[in-house]
Design a protein around this ligand. Structure first.
Ligand code: NAP
Length: 219
């Protein structure tokens, strides 16, 4: 098996931390991008390499030796349009640029279900959803193998190990656990999922069975 090193962007976020724990549990070498040095010890305890960086600035230096990237950062609900533009769109685009330059083998982006139809969302979610959609579209055409995850509303409930696939036609949007989102991101890396947009909400389909249908086809 080829060596791998994962760059986890947004490692200290609620989903990011669960991904970090999963990488640790699978003994996968990874580098955690953090913006606050106060968070270093938590990730050092997981065996992560740590780099400090702000997604508002150039962060190309954190891509050295990286084979896979998981982008789990996001603007926080209270921050507003500047942060949505900067973190939910522009930093994702720059991630795709840096990943392309470094010939990264796979980029997994945590986007949002609302990106399927930004204009159909309540006003408070429209700009955020447009930013997510524009970022996703850029990733899709940038030429880096990608898996774009579009979960519905997130919860901090324990993982269920089950989801339901969803798309622009989905009306019912049960919460999906961040822990399940983390599992899906890790499974996408393990399976080498490429060039797929995966929309999902809480549901009853076993996650592994759903994800297996997205596994990369090897000749
Ligand atoms: N909330 C929902 O219901 C929902 C639904 C669908 C999709 N999503 C998406 O799912 C993803 C994960 O969401 P979450 O709620 O788990 O995330 P979260 O807890 O809000 O964490 C976001 C992370 O992004 C980091 N970040 C923000 N601005 C940054 C900057 N300028 N430089 C470096 N890091 C920065 C934060 O760093 P600090 O720790 O330093 O603050 C934090 O670690 C996000 O992309 C979100 O948009 C959310």
């Amino acid at each position: 098996m080829k060596t791998m090193k994962v760059l986890l962007i947004g490692a200290h976020g609620r989903t990011g931390r669960l991904i970090a724990q999963g990488l640790h549990d699978h003994a996968a070498p990874f580098r955690a991008l953090l913006r606050k040095s106060a968070h270093k010890s938590e990730f050092a305890a997981l065996g992560a390499e740590i780099v400090l960086g702000d997604l508002d600035q150039d962060f190309s230096h954190v891509f050295d030796d990286i084979t896979h990237v998981i982008y789990a950062a996001g603007s926080s609900e209270s921050e507003g349009v500047h942060e949505e533009r900067a973190i939910d769109r522009d930093a994702v685009m720059r991630t795709a640029d840096y990943a392309k330059r470094r010939r990264v083998r796979q980029l997994v982006v945590v986007s949002a279900l609302t990106a399927f139809h930004p204009e159909r969302n309540p006003l408070s979610l429209r700009h955020y959803s447009r930013m997510k959609r524009e970022a996703d579209a850029y990733v899709m055409r940038r030429g880096v193998p990608y898996a774009i995850l579009r979960p519905g509303p997130l919860s901090d409930e324990p993982a269920r190990g089950t989801i339901a696939l969803a798309d622009e036609t989905t009306v019912d949007m049960p919460d999906v656990s961040r822990e399940d989102v983390a599992r899906i991101a890790l499974r996408c890396v393990a399976l080498g999922v490429r060039d797929r947009v995966i929309g999902f909400v809480g549901g009853n389909e076993p996650l592994d069975a759903v994800l297996d249908t997205y596994a990369a086809v090897t000749a």
